[in-house]
Design a protein around this ligand. Structure first.
Ligand SMILES: C[S@@+](CC[C@H](N)C(=O)[O-])C[C@H]1O[C@@H](n2cnc3c(N)ncnc32)[C@H](O)[C@@H]1O
Length: 313
């Protein structure tokens, strides 16, 4: 079974690891997963590029090789390396040990140079060969360039909008598969819809504010995306079919609200179809006293008077 590795950023460490693990399990429920700090190791039939394209917080990813010789003896890797014009060796130390990174990268680089004609390039090389040190084991890795998801353009912004990284991570944490439909019943400027559609996922937005619907529509049109938008209240969810919800509830400050946020939250939760998966962001405290069968929740600190929660089911 092919093995891959994913090194995630430490911006939101727990959420970043969970995002990769969720995607791995969504695509292959038989995958074997192991995490060592911010490194996720998987044994799965899913190509690593498929996970790396969707996951927001992956910094580095590739095939995991148990031995350096696999770079040369695996036919595929060998032919990729042989056909490469440029390469780079990268040592990553996640262990407590002292590792002389420049020395290792140099020695590994000169060894690779003797096997192929590729030249060292630190700027977007065709092939990267990794050496990863952890306290448990050391690994080699191998990766080639891959096409990342094209960032959608947002022509009209609004100060309450959700940042794209958390939006994308929420779509992934909610396990919205490629052929499914995600609904954002408080869609605002359309962040969820743009991120979802850029990943090839169908999306539907609802917002009770006409101005927000217009902004969402303009943002979608600028990217030639086709998500439907309804100028309705969130209760309109009853009328549409979808597989999961990804949304950011009103805070009662920057955007218009139909009712106090706590009331909206309570009623909204009661309206979610039992089978729907979700990742909901809200101000910390709004979820208190509401029965939610969550699989996970995350605290996202913004500033001293705003901590947000991401609630996942
Ligand atoms: C925090 S904002 C969402 C921001 C959005 N995620 C974005 O990135 O632009 C909440 C949105 O909920 C909308 N809203 C408030 N009450 C609503 C209701 N009862 N039904 C539907 N939308 C509502 C507001 O108009 C606002 O656009």
């Amino acid at each position: 079974m092919p093995e891959s590795f994913f090194l995630v950023s430490k911006e939101y460490p727990e959420l970043a690891v969970d995002e990769v693990v969720t995607l791995v399990k969504m695509y292959d429920r038989f995958a074997k997963i192991k995490t060592i700090s911010n490194l996720v190791l998987i044994q799965s039939v899913t190509p690593w590029e498929k996970i790396a394209r969707r996951a927001t917080f992956v910094k580095t990813a590739g095939q995991l090789l148990r031995k350096m010789s696999n770079v040369f003896f695996d036919e595929n890797n060998y032919s990729l390396l042989f056909g490469a014009k440029t390469f780079m060796c990268k040592a990553i130390n996640l262990s407590e040990k002292e590792v002389n990174i420049p020395d290792i990268e140099r020695s590994l680089g000169s060894m690779v140079s003797t096997f192929c004609n590729a030249k060292v390039s630190l700027d977007e090389p065709d092939v990267i060969i990794y050496m990863i040190f952890t306290d448990e084991e050391n690994f080699f890795g191998f990766s080639t360039k891959f096409e990342p998801v094209k960032r959608p353009e947002k022509i009209t912004k609004f100060h309450h909008e959700l940042d794209w990284k958390l939006t994308r991570a929420m779509i992934n944490l909610a396990r919205i598969n490629d052929d499914e439909i995600v609904c954002d019943p408080f869609c605002g400027t359309g962040s969820t819809l743009l991120e979802a559609q850029s990943m090839g996922i169908n999306a539907i937005g609802i917002d009770f504010d006409e101005k927000m619907c217009k902004i969402s529509k303009d943002n979608l049109k600028a990217n030639k995306f086709s998500a439907e938008i309804y100028n309705q209240t969130y209760e309109y969810m009853d009328q549409i079919k979808f597989d999961g919800i990804v949304t950011d509830l009103p805070y009662g400050t920057a955007s218009k609200v139909s009712e106090p946020p706590k009331k909206i939250m309570k009623k909204f939760i009661s309206k979610i179809p039992r089978k729907a998966k979700f990742a909901i962001m809200c101000k910390k405290g709004l979820e208190d006293d509401i029965k939610l069968n969550l699989t996970k929740k995350y605290e996202i600190y913004r500033h001293k008077s705003l901590t947000r929660m991401i609630l996942v089911k």
